[in-house]
Design a protein around this ligand. Structure first.
Ligand SMILES: [Cu+2]
Length: 318
C-alpha cells in the first residue's frame, strides 16, 4: 500500500491533518470566489444597441467596492497566515517524536536500489540488507539517510513525508509505524534512467515477529544442504557475483550490489521491479539489463545446469 491518505503512523497522520485543513480552507476560498463572480455576473447591467454601456463609474471612487476589496484582502491574509501557523506547528510536532529506544537504520540510496544497515540493537549485532525493511510496530525508528551517487529521496507516504538523500550531506528521518502492514516506499527525486524502478517496502510487524525476523537476518547464510546447493554456491563464487555481492558466512564480500545473505526472504528483487520467484530470479541473473535497462549488474552466461544449481542455492538464502 502506498498512500498519504491512509496514515499508519503518527507522523503521517499529522501531515494528513494539515492536508485536510489546507484542503478545507482552499475549497472554502475557491467557493467564495466563484460565488462572488456569480453575483457580479448576475448584477452586471446588460448593454445592447439601444442602451449603450454605462461607463459613469469610471473615474468615480467606489467606496462600497473598496470596502469589499479591503475586507477580502484582509480575510485572505488572515487565512494564509493561519495556514503558515498550522504548517509551523505541524513541523514542530513532527520533530518532537520521542526517539528514546529507537531502532536505528542507515539507509543508502544507490542507482537504483536501497541498502539498509541495521545498527546493533540491545546487545545484538547489526546486519545489512536491501530494499525490504522490517520495523516493529509502536517503536520509533530513526533512519539516517545517505546517497552513494546522486540525489535520491526517501518517501514512504503511509509513514512520513519526503526527505532528500544528498551525497555528502547526512540527514535523518524519524517515524513510528502504529499499524502492522506493508508500506511501499519510492524514490521521489529523479535520479536517472531507472528512477521509476527504485521502490522499497517497509514491513511493520508486531514486536515479537519483528524480533524473530531480525534474529534470522543476523544469521549468516546456512551451509549448502545438498550437492546441488553446494554446486550453486560454487558457481556464485567462481563467476563474478562475489565481486559485487556479499553473502555473510561465505567468501563473498562485494559491496557494489545488494547483500544477498537473505535474498530469498524478500518479496521482490531489484528494488520492487520483479516478484521474487525462481523464474524471475533466473531471468534477472542471466539478463538484468533487459528487465531493468541501465542497471549496473551485468548479464551472465551460465550453462543451464549451473544456473539451476545457482538458483537452488539462492533459494536457501532465507
Ligand atoms: Cu533514486
Amino acid at each position: 500500500m502506498q498512500s498519504a491518505l491512509s496514515p499508519a503512523g503518527i507522523q503521517a497522520s499529522r501531515i494528513l491533518d494539515l492536508w485536510h485543513l489546507t484542503l478545507a480552507v482552499c475549497c472554502a476560498v475557491f467557493a467564495a470566489i466563484l460565488l462572488a463572480c456569480l453575483i457580479a455576473m448576475v448584477r452586471a447591467p446588460r448593454a445592447n444597441r439601444a442602451t449603450p454601456a454605462d461607463v459613469s463609474v469610471v473615474g468615480n471612487p467606489q467606496t462600497r467596492v473598496r470596502f469589499w476589496v479591503i475586507a477580502a484582502t484582509g480575510v485572505s491574509t488572515f487565512l494564509l497566515f493561519g495556514l503558515v501557523l498550522a504548517d509551523v506547528l505541524t513541523d514542530r510536532a513532527l520533530s518532537r517524536l520521542p526517539v528514546d529506544n529507537a531502532l536505528r537504520i542507515e539507509m543508502t540510496g544507490y542507482q537504483w536500489w536501497w541498502q539498509a544497515r541495521y545498527s546493533p540493537d540491545g546487545g545484538a549485532p547489526g546486519f545489512t540488507l536491501a530494499n525490504e525493511l522490517h520495523v516493529p510496530v509502536g517503536r520509533p525508528v530513526v533512519v539516517s539517510l545517505k546517497a552513494a551517487d546522486v540525489i535520491h529521496t526517501f518517501w514512504v507516504p503511509n509513514l512520513h513525508g519526503k526527505k532528500d538523500m544528498i551525497p555528502g550531506r547526512d540527514a535523518t528521518i524519524e517515524f513510528r509505524a502504529d499499524k502492522a502492514g506493508v508500506y511501499r516506499g519510492q524514490c521521489a527525486e529523479f535520479c536517472g534512467y531507472e528512477h521509476a524502478l527504485m521502490a522499497f517496502s517497509i514491513v511493520a510487524d508486531p514486536p515479537a515477529r519483528y524480533e524473530a525476523w531480525a534474529a534470522r537476518q543476523r544469521q549468516p547464510a546456512p551451509a549448502p544442504s545438498d550437492e546441488m546447493a553446494a554446486r550453486g554456491r560454487e558457481v556464485f563464487m567462481s563467476r563474478d557475483c562475489a565481486r559485487c555481492h556479499a553473502v555473510r558466512g561465505t567468501d563473498a564480500q562485494g559491496t557494489v550490489g545488494p547483500d544477498l545473505t537473505h535474498v530469498a526472504s524478500r518479496q521482490f528483487i531489484a528494488a520492487g521491479t520483479l516478484a521474487n520467484n525462481r523464474g524471475n530470479l533466473a531471468g534477472w541473473i542471466v539478463d538484468p539489463r533487459t528487465l531493468k535497462p541501465g542497471t549496473v549488474m551485468p548479464p551472465t552466461r551460465l550453462q543451464p545446469a549451473d544456473l539451476q544449481a545457482l538458483l537452488t542455492w539462492m533459494e536457501t538464502l532465507e
